[in-house]
Design a protein around this ligand. Structure first.
Ligand code: DGY
Length: 326
């Protein structure tokens, strides 16, 4: 008998077709957003689940779904997983590293540029019919080329952004990370390690690319924003909750920093109402990895992990490999 799996959100039809060759598949092509108890109910009798970042897998759910063996996240971030609880329950977690690195770095860079060059603000102005004449300082922003790029979190995506900045835009690149890169990698990225305070103080454009963890909660709040240059910009493509969005809205209103670009939000898809009213912020709905080829590659890797583990016993990108016993 084929194992049973749940695909918790809508996905590319060809991925469902592939999964159906190996599994009894329950899908959600209507893309209904299930509550935790609905998800628990749908998972009864399932050995695997294909998740996106929006399904929380925790001890309570695992206790209610004893047949579950693998949760394959279609995301590189996995803060929707309680990894300790999954490991304790013997449930494998997988994510989708590498396949989205360059696409996400492209978007991070696009958001840096859109923020520095006030693209959203000026587009709204034009659409509102307010453009009557040229003016010397109209929507004058800050330069990206030749400026100092600060990167908080220097994993694969941080490194790909550093290369774009250092080698493409002649930027001085400084970074802070839990652990320092080795000298060869620093040289390849054209980046120098600094303390978090130095990063905040030196960056003309600061981008956040660190994973969410309880320690990273509000890593950028009022105190950190106060250390930044008043001309600086802040971009968050990492996770909501790393920035204190209320403090950021205040900083944008008060001129503590010049502008921000945000792809992720605390409590998304809700957005802090104050962020919606300040002009100097570019807002996008968590789309940093959203190109069709990359989203397809992410879905494929999540599906391949389900097949590799449930059919062959060998996951491709496990987060807690210690649960693999076969
Ligand atoms: C990820 O992969 O973690 C992204 O944030 C989801 O698109």
């Amino acid at each position: 008998m084929k194992p049973s799996i749940l695909v918790a959100r809508a996905v590319f039809p060809q991925i469902l077709t592939q999964l159906a060759q190996h599994f009894e598949v329950t899908s959600n092509q209507e893309d209904v957003i299930w509550s935790a108890s609905e998800l628990m109910h749908k998972l009864q009798g399932k050995q695997g689940v294909f998740t996106t970042g929006s399904q929380r897998i925790d001890a309570e759910l695992l206790a209610a779904c004893p047949e579950l063996k693998i949760c394959a996240n279609m995301a590189v971030g996995y803060n929707n997983f309680d990894l300790d609880a999954m490991t304790a329950a013997g449930v494998l977690a997988t994510n989708t590293p590498d396949v989205l690195t360059e696409t996400t770095a492209d978007f991070g860079f696009a958001l840096i540029m859109a923020t520095a060059r006030r693209m959203a603000e000026s587009e709204h102005f034009l659409r509102a019919g307010l453009w009557n004449s040229w003016r010397y300082d109209m929507f004058a922003g800050s330069d990206v080329h030749g400026s100092t790029l600060g990167i908080l979190g220097m994993g694969r995506i941080g490194q790909a952004i550093a290369k774009r900045g250092a080698h493409g835009f002649g930027m001085k690149v400084v970074y802070h990370n839990r652990s320092r890169l080795d000298a060869a990698l620093e040289a390849a990225c054209g980046a120098s390690y600094v303390s978090k305070s130095e990063l905040l103080q030196q960056a003309d454009h600061l981008i956040l690319v660190l994973p969410y963890s309880p320690e990273a909660h509000h890593a950028i709040g009022a105190a950190e924003l106060a250390q930044m240059k008043p001309t600086a910009t802040l971009v968050n493509i990492a996770r909501g909750g790393i920035v204190d969005d209320a403090a950021l809205a205040d900083a944008l209103k008060n001129g503590t920093i010049a502008a921000a670009g945000l792809d992720v939000f605390e409590g998304e898809p809700k957005v802090h109402p104050d962020l919606l009213t300040v002009p100097n912020v570019v807002l996008t709905p968590h789309i940093a990895s959203a190109t069709m080829p990359t989203r397809l590659a992410m879905a494929q890797l999540a599906a391949d992990n389900l097949i590799a583990y449930l059919v062959h016993g060998k996951p491709l990108t496990p987060l807690n490999p210690q649960v693999v016993t076969v």
